[in-house]
Write a protein that binds this ligand. Sequence first.
Ligand code: NAD
Length: 417
Amino acid sequence: MASLFNNALQQLDKAYEHLKVSKDVKEILGSPKEAIHFWIPVRMDNGELQTFEAFRIHYNDHLGPTKGGIRFSPAVCLDEVEALSFWMMIKCALVDIPFGGAKGGVVVDTKQLSQAEIERVSRGFVRGAAGFMGPDRDIPAPDMYTNAKIMLWMSDEYNTIRGKYKPAFITGKPVALGGSLGRDSATARGGFFCIRELMKLKNKTPEKTKVAVQGFGNAGSHLAIMLHEAGYTVTAISDSSGGVHCEEGLDPKHLLSIKKKEKKPLKSLASHAPNARAITNEQLLELKVDILCPAAMENQITKENAGKIKAQIIVELANGPTTPNADEILEKKGVLIVPDVLANAGGVTVSYFEWVQNREGYYWDEDMIDRRLDKIITKAFHRTNDVMKEKGVTMRTAAFLTSVKRVASAIDAKGLI
Ligand code: NAD
């Protein structure tokens, strides 16, 4: 598998073709600022001790404390976390929130662990990295296979270590315990706002628009439900097992409730939707739809399948779903890609709101959160669209141009001896 961090650096190089930055900036942005790599010893339910490899990377903190999720996955590695921390830096700068980029990961398959074991891994991560994180230094959040409950365990562990109540240490907590309203659906809502603005620009209505969503976790399931409720025809959804497809449209909320109740993979639920059939994730990506939303994981659209993609618009809810080779093929085909750093920035934006609310001790209602999120994402979307048009570049490069310019001006202003 090609290096994900290399993919990220290739995207950066594309931006440099259109942007003059100093040698210092290139040197600083070419690698992360700092990283820790550690192992978490965990007493398993059967009494045996098992160690789990873990990482936390701060890519850049010129615009503020670093911010980024923690991924629990058997496949996570230093290269992946490096790329994800880099994209966090680009994303925060793009939507203009005062954070740098970070990311963390634990090599663990949560599907094989009990809840008590996942709690011990989560608390162990904080014990291992507490000195490297904090509300004024580096603020974690959820990512793949981590959720509000895990954020709560991590928050509780941090408070215990510090001997203080420090809710701003981590975002994505349950609302009852310092979380923000709207955080669980924020990533999808940001993507939804991008799609809404795009439809306006293209003079298209939801009713005539078919969408396929790959990934049915936090980002994908919320997006599929929002689109369905807004009148789009969601013809396909999938999880890691495969998916369900129906040309006339699916009801994602109904399928989510059955999936949760029956604890079954999506591909086995086709019989619960009229005229639906089971499909593979590869088939989903190649369906004839207007909008394709990869919302699962990286490297899904590659040079192998890019030529077979029929959607004219791709909205990247997942981080890094399209490789640079695939980007080139899709650009030649005239496919518009709303890049991950813009399409999924709703999550970190509401995480920022959560951090602000935790520090103020004053909590906002959902309406205020949605309005503020809408304003930030809509502004970032149109700014990126304008740069794309003005410079004649892809939307991804346009997003990078805006972000890199911001980070570069902070690096140059600070200077280094
Ligand atoms: P999640 O763990 O809630 O869900 C992941 C989903 O992807 C699950 O449905 C899983 O079954 C599915 N999946 C896993 N492997 C797959 C595969 N090979 N093919 C198809 N589906 C597969 O994770 P999430 O939080 O929804 O994150 C999904 C993506 O969105 C990730 O790339 C993540 O980095 C990105 N993202 C998430 C947030 C957030 O706030 N949760 C914010 C920004 C970006």
